[in-house]
Design a protein around this ligand. Structure first.
Ligand code: HEC
Ligand code: HEC
Ligand code: HEC
Length: 105
């Protein structure tokens, strides 16, 4: 009986971990800018080898909930938020590459 409970708990735990990993495959749309909608693709970032913690930490996007951090270009140009990588270092520079993030719909 106890083994069965442990097994069930383990299954629940594993499946919730899988559910949590789904946002890695998810896309988020940021549609507040006049430049056009920015689609953040979890899969592209995952495949580029970016770990959850590299973005979900206290200095960047602490909460796994859209809308908790206001993303601005000033921050991005200052190599914060998306700009931690999108500054021509680890990923393409935001300056001059507006259309790789912003798409008018
Ligand atoms: C390249 C950066 C980055 C990486 C890597 C990343 N995220 Fe996120 N994630 C974000 C941003 C930005 C938001 C929106 C946060 C905000 O608005 O404050 C977000 C939001 C979320 C949300 C909330 C989605 C919603 O609909 O509100 C979940 C859940 C999440 N991330 C899970 C994960 C998990 C799990 C991983 C690792 C597999 C991961 N994220 C990797 C940047 C990232
Ligand atoms: C931890 C590093 C990191 C952070 C933070 C990050 N990215 Fe990326 N991003 C990458 C890498 C690496 C790639 C793939 C390589 C490349 O395209 O330069 C990428 C690719 C992209 C692409 C694909 C563009 C294309 O033309 O294929 C978009 C769009 C994008 N990121 C948007 C964002 C947005 C929006 C944010 C902030 C919410 C963000 N990224 C935060 C590392 C990051
Ligand atoms: C790495 C992705 C990325 C690139 C490249 C990028 N942006 Fe953004 N930008 C964002 C995100 C994310 C937001 C937040 C949108 C939201 O909250 O709906 C934003 C917001 C904005 C805003 C409104 C907020 C503010 O700070 O004024 C403007 C205007 C803007 N971008 C212009 C530009 C221009 C011009 C360029 C090219 C020189 C550019 N962006 C390149 C991701 C990017």
């Amino acid at each position: 009986m106890q083994k069965l409970v442990i097994l069930i708990v383990t299954i629940l735990f594993v499946s919730s971990a899988v559910a949590l990993a789904v946002p890695g495959k998810k896309t988020l749309e940021f549609d507040k800018s006049p430049m056009g909608v920015v689609t953040f693709d979890g899969t592209i970032h995952k495949e580029a080898g970016v770990k959850c913690k590299e973005c979900h930490n206290k200095d960047m996007f602490p909460k796994m909930k859209q809308g908790t951090v206001k993303i601005t270009m000033d921050e991005i140009y200052a190599s914060k938020q998306c700009g931690v990588c999108h500054n021509g270092g680890r990923a393409f520079d935001a300056k001059g590459n507006c259309g790789r993030c912003h798409v008018k719909k």
